[in-house]
Design a protein around this ligand. Structure first.
Ligand code: SF4
Ligand code: SF4
Length: 140
């Protein structure tokens, strides 16, 4: 569970994240698949695939063997499209997933640096801050 702060999001939001996920790198550093950005709010493509504008992206996939999150629009386009389509439109999954597989990497700028300015605090960081603060109060 992480607390995140960003001007475009509700301050002090809590998001749930796999305990084995790597820590979020600084803005501009290489993306390490921490998943924070996609768990906080879907990108425009994620809004389509998730059919919502807030919360975690439904296309985000946790890969346990690698210990990181991947964008399902790239790594599992068929599943990403299937879960987004209503049952009566499932026949579109195959052609749309072929299209998605071709375009997703370009749309989401995969392979580039971290483009998230979210400020993340793990529960342990928050507990440390609280301990420090109570110590400060105690010392007065
Ligand atoms: S872009 Fe940044 S926040 Fe998003 S998964 Fe990559 S490293 Fe994490
Ligand atoms: S990059 Fe992929 S997983 Fe992340 S929000 Fe966009 S569509 Fe979803």
């Amino acid at each position: 569970m992480f607390s995140s702060q960003d001007s475009a999001l509700r301050p002090d939001r809590v998001i749930h994240i796999h305990s084995a996920a790597p820590p979020k790198p600084a803005y501009g550093q290489a993306c390490n698949g921490c998943g924070v950005c996609c768990l906080a709010v879907p990108c425009p493509l994620g809004m389509l695939l998730s059919r919502r504008r807030q919360g975690a992206c439904a296309a985000l996939v946790w890969e346990g063997a690698a210990g990181l999150y991947r964008c399902g629009a790239i790594s599992q386009p068929r599943q990403a499209v299937q879960q987004a389509l209503p049952r009566r439109l499932q026949w579109l999954a195959r052609p749309l997933s072929c299209l998605l597989a071709r375009l997703a990497r370009r749309w989401i700028a995969a392979g580039q640096g971290c483009d998230s300015r979210l400020d993340v605090q793990r529960p342990a960081d928050i507990a440390d801050n609280a301990t420090t603060h109570s110590q400060d109060l105690h010392d007065r």
